[in-house]
Write a protein that binds this ligand. Structure first.
Ligand code: PNW
Length: 459
């Protein structure tokens, strides 16, 4: 493969609930995921993140493994209820201490911390007492929590991500109910999305007015989006692919880059889509220093304006009915163990679409990766498919750069196997294999390939 720019940032990513464990240790409060995992049938095999990879106690060993891979950066998330057990009021010293040590240890090894403030583990008290992300005050609670993080960690953390994948929080948490808090509705996702955007923007405003000048960091949001390829070349199918992208990524990125929701969403969702005041619009517009993108897969889009679309890969949530697009895959595409198709060129097309629609922003791929049923052969994890996945997605990313896209960094999801939400531990996304009995970590073939690839890039 050709060279990436030498200023390019290379990292891996994780999130708190998926790796930390210690769900009730050292003063941490319960989160909506702690509660959700207690409901029989919500998680494969009724597994939970109570122990996960016990990163809480193994973090130093994990940082050494990152060092061995030659990574520049590590993206992790802070557990809000570890910092504020109830999500508001009193802060928890032991929680602050943990992240402080983690950050120090990364910096001692020359690894840049990229910190996500919210990767889905909302303090349970905010759900029970304040209606979680559909409550009217949630964006203020979030901003107060973020303030604590900037105050305690901002001297050392120079890269902040406010919220991970608001689309997933809204759609899977409030539309289909397959993720915490497990609610099903065709209007709540739009209200949750609205509050998530406000929480992001208020937090960025706080960082910019109170901390950015002195601390000198940057702050943004990570949105997820799949690519949508028109099924045929008909004007209808091409319009549906565009519409599907606007409903997926435009929902969150349009307010931030263009100042309001996409017109097509306003038209099709009607009064279930809340509206921003002029003051909110101007606070939200321009509220991201970089374009964080999580990308996993691609599907075909075909027009379904004349049909009632009831189902999609994401179930029966309001979204698929509202956008009136039918999604499908190509039988020739290989799939991961999540049944997500492997379509590297979709990654390039999405990067180019973002570049064009949002005025050539600096993009960071904050997640890209794949799950496979890894086989251990003679003590080695032979995950050739994962290695090929990374190589092919990176090749297409490099093509996008050569076509003028300002892609500045890439984080592989994930550093190690972990708690894959509703799928439990069965789906393995890691570059490192984790034996969940002994918690022993082992680099997979893909981690070794990455190490060699990075050393080639750094010459
Ligand atoms: C992302 N979807 O989740 C998350 O940021 C990670 O925590 C997660 O482990 C990773 O991707 C792999 O799943 C997603 O249904 C979950 O489109 C679901 C979807 C997308 C992303």
């Amino acid at each position: 493969m050709n060279q990436f720019p030498n200023t390019f940032t290379w990292g891996t990513a994780t999130s708190a609930y998926q790796i930390e464990g210690g769900w009730n240790l050292n003063g941490k409060g319960p989160s909506i995921w702690d509660a959700f995992c207690q409901i029989p049938g919500k998680i494969a095999k009724n597994e939970t993140g109570q122990v996960a990879c016990n990163h809480l106690e193994h973090f130093k060993e994990d940082i050494l493994l990152m060092k061995q891979m030659g990574l520049d950066a590590y993206r992790f998330s802070i557990s809000w209820p570890r910092i504020q057990p109830k999500g508001y009021g009193k802060k928890n010293k032991a929680g602050i201490q943990f992240y402080s040590e983690l950050i120090d240890c990364l910096l001692e090894h020359d690894i840049e911390p990229w910190v996500t403030l919210y990767h889905w583990d909302l303090p349970l008290a905010l759900q029970l007492e304040k209606d979680g992300w559909i409550g009217d005050e949630i964006s203020d609670y979030f901003t107060q929590y973020a303030d604590i993080c900037f105050e305690h960690f901002g001297d050392r953390v120079k890269h902040w991500i406010t919220i991970n994948e608001p689309w997933v929080v809204a759609m899977l948490g409030y539309g289909q109910g397959v993720f915490a808090p497990g609610r099903s509705s065709n209007s709540e996702p739009y209200k949750a999305g609205h509050e998530l955007i406000k929480a992001h923007a208020k937090t960025v405003q706080l960082y910019r007015t109170k901390y950015q000048k002195e601390q000198g960091g940057i702050i943004g949001i990570s949105n997820n989006c799949d690519w949508r390829e028109p099924l045929t070349n008909s004007p209808e199918d091409r319009a549906s692919a565009q519409r599907a992208l606007e409903f997926f990524l435009g929902w969150f990125a349009d307010p931030i880059y263009l100042g309001d929701y996409p017109e097509i969403m306003k038209k099709k969702v009607g009064d279930r889509l809340p509206s921003f005041s002029e003051e909110e619009k101007s606070m939200i517009k321009g509220s991201s220093d970089f374009f964080g993108l999580n990308h996993y897969t691609t599907m075909y889009a075909a027009d379904a304006s004349s049909k009632q679309v009831k189902t999609s890969v994401y179930g029966n949530g309001g979204l698929s009915e509202d956008q009136q697009v039918s999604l499908s895959t190509d039988p020739s595409w290989k799939q991961t163990s999540m049944n997500w198709s492997i379509v590297p060129w979709g990654c390039r097309k999405l990067l180019e679409w973002i570049d064009q629609r949002y005025g050539h922003p600096e993009i960071i791929i904050t997640e890209n990766g794949c799950a496979f049923d890894d086989q251990i052969i003679d003590g080695h994890i032979q995950d050739n498919q994962r290695q090929e996945f990374y190589q092919s997605y990176l090749e297409e990313s490099l093509k996008a750069i050569n076509n003028g896209v300002k892609l500045k960094g890439y984080f592989a999801w994930s550093f190690m196997d972990n708690f894959e939400w509703a799928s439990g531990y069965e789906k393995r996304f890691g570059l490192h294999y984790v034996d969940f009995e002994t918690l022993e970590r082992t680099p997979k073939l893909s981690a070794l390939w990455f190490r060699d690839f990075l050393s080639g890039q750094k010459k």
